[in-house]
Design a protein around this ligand. Structure first.
Ligand SMILES: [Zn+2]
Ligand SMILES: [Zn+2]
Length: 143
């Protein structure tokens, strides 16, 4: 287990992602390997993701707001594996779609179909959260 995160600075890389201001996300994205991939289980989906723990958690909880079921985050490959064959092969391809989450950015290593599925959950989750926050913060406007 290599869980003690080394506190070395992330080297400035030419592939620096404009979205990502989170050094931990950045370093996860720089070294996508088997160990750095986490899996989001949401409804019938199993989506491989790369990012730091904090932002993975945030992504997971936001997606959870957009589903009746529950969103769960695994830091290892789930027992059944990834059930979509296209998603399974996606981590081996070079292109990554980076999703800005807070001040970080996650790579969604899913096939195009599941990428858009999970991103629409994520955006719904953002809206739900915004709604929740604004109704908590703001003065009650309900009649
Ligand atoms: Zn991060
Ligand atoms: Zn897929």
């Amino acid at each position: 287990m290599d869980n003690g995160a080394p506190l070395q600075p992330v080297p400035d890389s030419p592939h620096r992602n404009p979205f990502t201001q989170c050094a931990a996300c950045e370093s996860a994205l720089q070294s996508p390997g088997r160990e750095s991939v986490s899996f989001l289980l949401l409804d019938q989906f199993t989506i491989p993701l790369v990012g730091c723990d904090n932002h993975l958690e945030e992504f997971c909880s936001l997606c959870g707001l957009a589903t009746e079921g529950r969103a769960e985050l695994l830091d290892h490959r789930p027992a059944g594996g990834v059930n979509c064959p296209s998603c399974r092969h996606e981590p081996h391809k070079s292109h990554q779609r980076i999703v800005p989450v807070g001040n970080g950015g996650l790579a969604v290593l899913a096939c195009a179909t599941h990428q858009s599925d999970i991103l629409s959950r994520f955006h719904t989750g953002l809206q739900v959260r915004q709604h929740l926050t604004s109704s908590l913060d703001g003065a009650p406007t309900d009649p």
